[in-house]
Design a protein around this ligand. Structure first.
Ligand code: FES
Ligand SMILES: [Fe+2]
Length: 379
């Protein structure tokens, strides 16, 4: 059986490489951007976001990361603990990410002020006095989980309302296969709405990437989404997609061909994809979105699989999923935000998704679709 899976995966991978993208990606111009950005909600909803991978911040090193329209100095002390500071030094605004780590402290490159892990300046090399209390750099709430450095962003500086450490303990026993990264000109709410937008699945994702299959085989998606409730689960949503391969002519399903995806949304900052098929089980993609500015974000995919997974099958499944996502990106990077969408009942629970998502904005009307408006569009 493993040999057959390897052969099938290799054939599919080889054929997929032959396929050309149906459309090429057109990067929006400044004119496009100004037109599109108008109706979108705030680019920075509240939640946990991936600043960077743990591996990119070695012991005793500092790096700069951009997110939420700001810059951060991310460093790891000799004690192994990661800290995230605002990048500009409170003294004369030098860039702290250009400084260096000394023990567990971060030293500014301009006048050598030394900042402790709590952000307080502990030493000014040319001053006999204690550093003033106000010599403090802003620190951010940070967690290291699944090999990522997550930071809590809240527009009103409120404390975290949930803890990502409670999820995905199994990843500690999975193999990790690195990550891909891309800058996208989109708003992160569009990722969420994608799962509730039932009408687009068969239209956008109705074909495999394998060339020559399009005349004979189609992919039939059966999708469903549920939203968490109560304090413990309201930041969660679950989406399932059962993708069945069918003969195009007769519409009949092809036995044992297809796969299913369970997608869990953890607030606005990341989704966990769990992909299952006859070729491999529980291929896991942690997909993170880090907003940088209006209609600009970084998307990172971190790939994991259970021990013993066929590597060729894993690669094929991950590349097929990425190709389907690519088709979404072509649409998202060109679209605006319909504040009052004109929906039919088969469109899926887009309004419920907006209601769920509205909890992540400090302004509750931001991106929110009221019940009254919903009645109007359905009338
Ligand atoms: S600007 Fe940082 S020590 Fe002067
Ligand atoms: Fe999609």
């Amino acid at each position: 059986m493993p040999v057959i899976i390897t052969i099938i995966s290799l054939i599919f991978t080889f054929l997929s490489k032959l396929s050309k993208p149906k459309k090429s990606r057109i990067r929006p111009t400044e004119f496009d951007h100004n037109l599109r950005v108008e109706n979108y909600p705030s680019p920075f909803p509240n939640g946990w976001f991936n600043l960077t991978s743990s591996a990119s911040v070695k012991k005793g090193k500092v790096i700069q990361v951009e997110a939420f329209g700001q810059k951060f100095a991310v460093f790891r002390g000799e004690n192994g603990i990661v800290k995230v500071f605002d990048v500009f030094c409170p003294h004369l605004n030098a860039n702290l990410a250009d400084g260096f780590v000394k023990g567990n402290n971060l030293v500014c490159p301009f006048h050598g002020w030394e900042f402790k892990q709590d952000g307080q300046c502990g030493h000014i090399p040319y001053s006999k006095d204690e550093p003033p209390k106000a010599a403090k750099v802003k620190t951010w709430e940070v967690l290291e989980v699944w090999g990522l450095i997550l930071v809590w962003y809240h527009a009103e500086d409120k404390a975290p309302s949930w803890n990502p450490e409670n999820y995905l303990p199994e990843l500690a026993n999975y193999n990790s296969h690195g990550n891909t990264s891309d800058i996208l000109n989109i708003h992160l709410q569009d990722f969420a709405e994608n799962g509730a937008d039932y009408g687009h699945f068969n239209f956008v994702h109705g074909l495999m990437t394998v060339p020559f299959s399009e005349n004979h085989i189609k992919v039939d998606h059966t999708v469903n989404i549920n939203f968490g409730e109560g304090d413990d689960e309201k930041h969660l949503a679950w989406f399932t997609d059962v993708a069945q391969l069918c003969w195009k002519k007769s519409g009949k399903p092809i036995k044992d061909a297809g796969g299913d995806a369970l997608v869990r949304y953890f607030g606005p900052g990341f989704l966990i994809f769990r992909l299952n098929s006859k070729l491999a089980k529980d291929i896991t993609v942690v997909k993170t979105f880090t907003p940088i500015g209006p209609l600009k974000l970084r998307m990172d995919d971190y790939i994991f699989s259970p021990k013993g997974t066929n590597p060729f099958a894993r690669r094929y499944i991950v590349s097929e999923a990425a190709a389907q996502f690519h088709d979404d990106i072509l649409i998202w990077e060109r679209k605006g935000f319909a504040k009052k969408p004109l929906l039919v009942k088969e469109d899926g629970p887009i309004i419920q998704m907006r209601n769920w998502y509205s909890q992540f904005y400090s302004d509750p009307d931001n991106g929110f679709k009221s019940e009254e408006e919903e009645k109007l569009v359905k009338a």
